[in-house]
Ligand binder design. Structure first.
Ligand code: GSH
Length: 219
């Protein structure tokens, strides 16, 4: 049995974006069932949270993943592990698989950091003078990355021709921009994001994440 750690409660701005969604989505795409381990991170000194941190996720974050004796953390590593199980997420041709893997790193290493920086400014540091002074540059850096992805994507449906784990990660990263109108200026990326979000596996993963928040006690 597979277990994925998820938060029971997050602030509203994070609902639908929490990184266990990437793992849920990958599992839905390949048709693997899983159980949730619901983590409450509000009391960082609770025995349960400290044990989670010690045993599963060294930073106390989600997601973590358990499959028999195997435990993993980092959403990219987990999605990569799941992708190895099915040609639906990772092509069998070695060169194509290497390209998908590079796109996975690209999403997490080149595109997510500037998007995350901009988002942190907008959500956590709005009004602070350092953030005001840096925001234009941060947005420019995001746009630079989006320009590159849009150029490579061209008019293709997916990053490597057919849907893969690379699209799960890239779209998950693009979705972080939902509090801005930046993506509106990129019609091909918007269409790409919506195409991927239109997949039944995404819809199921999202509704399961939201259902867990709705079931869990609020703050
Ligand atoms: N690089 C990690 C980041 C995980 C991460 O930032 N998780 C967030 C939720 S989306 C979290 O647990 N935040 C709470 C915290 O950092 O204490 C991954 O991709 O798994």
């Amino acid at each position: 049995m597979i277990t994925v750690s998820v938060f029971g409660w997050v602030p509203d701005f994070a609902r639908g974006l929490v990184r266990d969604l990437r793992v849920r989505w990958a599992l839905e795409e390949v048709g693997l069932a899983y159980e949730e381990q619901v983590i409450d991170a509000r009391d960082k000194q609770s025995d349960a949270y400290l044990a989670y941190r010690r045993d599963l996720q060294p930073f106390g974050q989600v997601p973590a993943y358990r499959e028999g004796d195997l435990t993993l953390f980092e959403s990219g590593g987990i999605v990569h592990h799941i992708a190895q199980k099915s040609p639906q997420l990772m092509p069998q041709d070695p060169a194509a698989a290497a390209r998908v893997t590079s796109w996975m790193f690209c999403a997490l290493n080149s595109v997510e950091p500037p998007i995350q920086e901009l988002t942190a400014m907008d959500l956590f540091h709005v009004g602070e003078s350092w953030a005001k002074g840096r925001r234009d540059l941060a947005e420019k850096q995001v746009r630079g990355r989006l320009d590159g992805v849009a150029e490579r994507l061209g008019d293709a449906d997916y990053l490597e021709g057919v849907f893969s784990a690379a699209d799960i990660l890239m779209v998950s990263v693009l979705r972080i921009l939902r509090h801005t109108d930046i993506l509106d200026g990129y019609s091909s990326l918007t269409a790409y994001k919506e195409r991927c979000e239109g997949r039944p596996a995404f819809a199921k993963a999202l509704s399961d994440q939201l259902a867990t928040f709705d079931r869990s006690p609020s703050a």
